[in-house]
Design a protein around this ligand. Structure first.
Ligand code: DGY
Length: 321
């Protein structure tokens, strides 16, 4: 008999077809968002799950699921998974690194450009029928070329963002848990390792791509924003909880920094309603990895992990070997 698995959210149909060669698949193509109790009920008796970042996999859930062997997440960030609790319950966990690096870096640039050059703000104004004449001072933004880019979190996505900055003749400063090798720094547009405080003070554009954890919770708050240059911009591609929304809203409101671009929010899909009252923020619904090819690659990588985990006991992107 094939092991039973749950796919927690809607997914590409061909990936379900692949999974059904190996497993009895319970899918959720209606894309219902399960409550924790519903998720626990759905996972009862399942050997594995292909889950998205919206599923909270914690000790409370795992202790109700003695049959569960594997959680394959379709995301690179895995702050939704308590990996030590998985290990304690004998559950393998995996994520989907690498396949989304370049697409996410592309989107980081889209958000940076839109934020610095006021693309969405000016488009909304045009659509509202407000464009009656060209003016020398309409929608003046911040230059990107020649500016200093600050990247907090210099993993593979951060490095891909830095590489792209060469075309804009930018300087790059970065902060990371550990310093990159000299060779990696050279490939990342000769990025210079600095403290978080130095980065915030030096950068014209700050991009957040660090993992979310209790240690990075609200690591950009009022004090950090106060260190930023007056015309600076801030882009968050990582997780909403990294930024203190109240502090950012207050800073944007008084134009302490020029603008922000946010693809992630603390309680997605909810977000602080005050963001909607601000013109100098670009808001997107967690789509940095959302290219056709990359979302398929992520789904297939998660499926590969689940298949390898449940058939061979060794998922490729094993988080808790
Ligand atoms: C990721 O892969 O971590 C993206 O943010 C999607 O959740």
């Amino acid at each position: 008999m094939k092991p039973a698995i749950l796919v927690t959210r809607a997914i590409f149909p061909e990936v379900l077809t692949r999974l059904s060669e190996y497993f009895e698949v319970e899918s959720n193509q209606d894309d219902v968002i399960f409550t924790p109790a519903e998720l626990a009920a759905k996972l009862k008796g399942k050997a594995g799950t292909l889950a998205t970042a919206s599923a909270k996999i914690n000790a409370e859930l795992l202790q109700q699921l003695p049959d569960l062997k594997m959680v394959a997440s379709m995301a690179v960030g895995y702050d939704n998974i308590d990996v030590p609790a998985c290990t304690a319950h004998g559950v393998m966990a995996s994520n989907t690194p690498e396949v989304l690096n370049e697409t996410t870096a592309d989107f980081g640039w889209a958000l940076l450009m839109a934020t610095a050059r006021r693309v969405t703000e000016s488009e909304h104004w045009l659509r509202a029928g407000k464009w009656t004449k060209w003016r020398y001072d309409s929608f003046l933004g911040a230059d990107v070329h020649g500016a200093t880019l600050g990247i907090i979190g210099m993993g593979r996505i951060g490095q891909a963002i830095a590489r792209r900055s060469m075309g804009f003749d930018m300087k790059v400063v970065y902060h990371n848990r550990s310093r990159l090798s000299a060779e990696q720094e050279a490939h990342a547009n000769h990025a210079r390792y600095v403290s978080k405080e130095e980065l915030l003070a030096e950068a014209d554009h700050v991009v957040l791509v660090l993992p979310y954890s209790p240690a990075s919770h609200h690591c950009i708050g009022a004090a950090e924003i106060e260190l930023m240059k007056p015309g600076a911009t801030l882009v968050n591609l990582a997780r909403g909880g990294i930024v203190d929304d109240q502090a950012l809203i207050a800073a944007l409101r008084r134009q302490r920094i020029a603008a922000a671009g946010l693809d992630v929010f603390e309680n997605e899909p909810k977000f602080h309603p005050d963001f909607l009252t601000l013109q100098n923020v670009v808001l997107t619904p967690h789509i940095a990895s959302a290219s056709e090819a990359t979302r398929r690659a992520m789904a297939n990588r998660a499926a590969d992990n689940l298949i390898a985990g449940l058939t061979e006991g060794r998922p490729r992107d094993w988080l808790n070997p």
